[in-house]
Design a protein around this ligand. Structure first.
Ligand code: GLY
Ligand code: MN
Ligand code: MN
Length: 463
């Protein structure tokens, strides 16, 4: 946990952003895996963690915006729990750690909320992403579970996004520590990319690294020689010399901050000339964005910059043609780069995505495009110091997509479909780093992870 002053200041800042009423912030409950007592690893809700810092299940936080009082409702463990789980801090002890003034048993929350409802007070709440939270909210607020997310407080969402978007020094340090865990995961993955190895073996090994540092992975690891499948969670292939292996993986810290890194490795340790050309195009896009990213610019413009570097590189290779600016304006690069440049990152790997992607990555100055590819950009708005975002351009050869575009004669002024046949089974390449927006520029977080062709080949050779 951070200090109680930090949690107290966050709750106070929240009350300044919300016009009145109560903020209702339920923490998460345990979720059964295959029978009630066999649960998934518990993960607290990130907004609850941000304002209350307590990791235990079944706690409800309430902030009274008008009086400034704060409350936690949760049960202390009894002797049966102690026998199975050991001693746990009491609610009062937790309150001592996060500065909350009022700690009550969970049974008291019903009457507390009932009273507020009777008084006609506004109760603000965030979108729920778990069924249990919806059911709890139904019971306490009297709104049908499937209507909960139609009654969320936009005012509260905007306030939480505003606060959580700017990372404090302690949060940045923690994120940086998890990037260092990702360093270990990714260098291990690179060294393991030996022909004959099963993807699953590497997957298990690097997930173990995250676990050994005290946290789970920050999202299910993507590790595949079929890197053209953007979020491939199938790990059954046996690596063959000459393939490219995409590893997109990060760790979560014990404080629940994330890393999200992607590297692409040549199985057997050496890029072919053809692979090197495409790889360096993606790498140049990643470098160009990092060189130009600073506060005050729109991240959408950085996405467009990365698209132009990708289109220019593919034109040099002979896969694209025509005017690069025009090609990008028409979305031709999206055949190869059909996703956005990056997203916010924090306690959620796609930070605050559950609150609504448009609140996090867009605002009144920038609306989501409906052009294929650009429409998937998660983060488009103006950057501010303290934002932590990912930079993750890629180039993919997706046979099914190529076939559709070719059949439709789509953007033939910009795409060389004939040459593309030679790349049909190429796979995919993504390179992803996590950056902090500083006062004047940006900084790549964590210990530098091998990225250039030489750095990767050297690491794989010298093991
Ligand atoms: N790890 C998923 C992503 O890069 O967004
Ligand atoms: Mn990733
Ligand atoms: Mn990412």
């Amino acid at each position: 946990m951070f200090s109680k002053e930090i949690y107290t200041a966050r709750r106070k800042n929240l009350t300044k952003q919300v016009s009145g009423g109560l903020v209702f912030l339920p923490g998460n409950s345990d979720v059964p895996f295959n029978y009630p007592a066999n649960t998934f690893t518990f993960r607290q809700d990130s907004s609850f963690l941000y304002f209350f810092g307590v990791k235990q299940p079944d706690i409800i936080g309430i902030i009274d915006v008008d009086s400034g009082e704060d409350y936690m409702f949760g049960n202390d463990v009894d002797i049966d729990d102690i026998i199975w789980m050991g001693e746990q801090p009491t609610m009062k002890e937790f309150a001592g750690k996060n500065g909350v003034k009022n700690a009550f048993p969970l049974s008291k929350v019903d009457e507390f909320i009932e009273k507020a409802l009777k008084q006609g007070r506004k109760i603000h709440f965030l979108p729920a992403y778990r069924a249990q939270t919806k059911l709890l909210s139904e019971k306490l607020l009297g709104i049908p579970a499937d209507e909960i997310n139609n009654n969320v407080s936009e005012e509260l969402i905007k306030a939480v996004v505003k606060l959580r978007s700017i990372k404090e020094p302690g949060e940045i340090e923690d994120i940086e520590r998890t990037v260092d865990v990702a360093y270990e995961m990714h260098t291990t993955s690179m060294k393991s990319a030996i022909p004959g190895t099963k993807e699953q073996e590497i997957y298990g090994k690097i997930e173990g690294i995250a676990l050994s540092h005290g946290g789970p992975v920050s999202f299910p690891i993507i590790l595949s020689v079929n890197g053209q499948i953007l979020h491939n969670h199938h790990h059954e292939n046996i690596l063959k010399a000459g393939q490219l292996m995409v590893t997109d993986a990060g760790a979560e810290s014990p404080m629940h901050y994330c890393s999200d890194i992607t590297r692409t490795t040549p199985v057997g340790g050496k890029f072919s000339q053809k692979q090197k050309e495409v790889y360096e195009t993606v790498m140049n896009a990643n470098f160009e964005v990092i060189k130009n990213t600073k506060p005050g610019i729109m991240y959408k413009d950085m996405h467009m910059l990365s698209a132009k570097v990708v289109a220019q590189g593919l034109k040099d290779i002979g896969l694209m043609k025509g005017d690069v600016d025009e090609a990008v304006a028409n979305g031709a690069h999206a055949l190869f780069y059909p996703h956005g440049l990056g997203h916010m990152m924090g306690m959620d790997v796609h930070d605050m995505e559950g609150l609504g992607e448009n609140y996090v990555g867009y605002d009144e100055t920038v609306q989501r495009s409906n052009q294929f590819g650009l429409a998937f950009l998660r983060m488009a708005r103006k950057l501010e110091p303290g934002f932590v975002i990912t930079v993750e351009p890629g180039i993919y050869f997706i046979p099914a997509l190529i076939d559709i575009w070719k059949r439709e004669n789509k953007l033939t002024d910009f795409i060389n479909y004939q040459k593309l046949e030679e790349y049909r089974n190429f796979g995919g390449i993504r390179i992803e780093d996590d950056i902090l927006i500083t006062d004047k520029a940006c900084r790549v977080l964590g210990k530098p992870i091998p990225k250039t062709v030489k750095e990767i080949e050297d690491l794989m050779r010298n093991q």
